[in-house]
Design a protein around this ligand. Structure first.
Ligand code: SF4
Length: 96
């Protein structure tokens, strides 16, 4: 019998945004989200976080980028944002 792992990947445990107010990471569309990005700049898991957000098209600030910035990354490098069909999403580290 196979098992499904429902635990978030290890990187979320190291997220610098754990315990931060979630609204900081879900700004209005025109908000440059500098407060959240400043936290991301010092985060040790910025790379895996960005990869996750590109792959699963997350809302809000992830990996130091806004949704709009990630849309630009997807257009420039579509292979990096390939969606894994059937894969599980992880809990947001912002809500840790
Ligand atoms: S959004 Fe991602 S990169 Fe930014 S602090 Fe949280 S885990 Fe780190």
């Amino acid at each position: 019998m196979s098992q499904i792992n429902l635990l978030p990947p290890d990187w979320t445990a190291q997220a610098a945004c754990r315990g931060c107010p979630p609204d900081k990471f879900f700004p209005a569309a025109e908000d440059p989200a500098e407060g959240a990005k400043m936290i991301c700049r010092g985060c040790p898991v910025q790379g895996p976080c960005l990869d996750h957000a590109l792959r699963y098209r997350e809302a809000g600030v992830w990996g130091g980028t806004t949704e709009r910035e990630r849309a630009r990354i997807r257009r420039a490098a579509p292979g990096r944002a390939a969606v894994q069909e059937g894969a599980l999403r992880v809990a947001s580290p912002h809500r840790g």
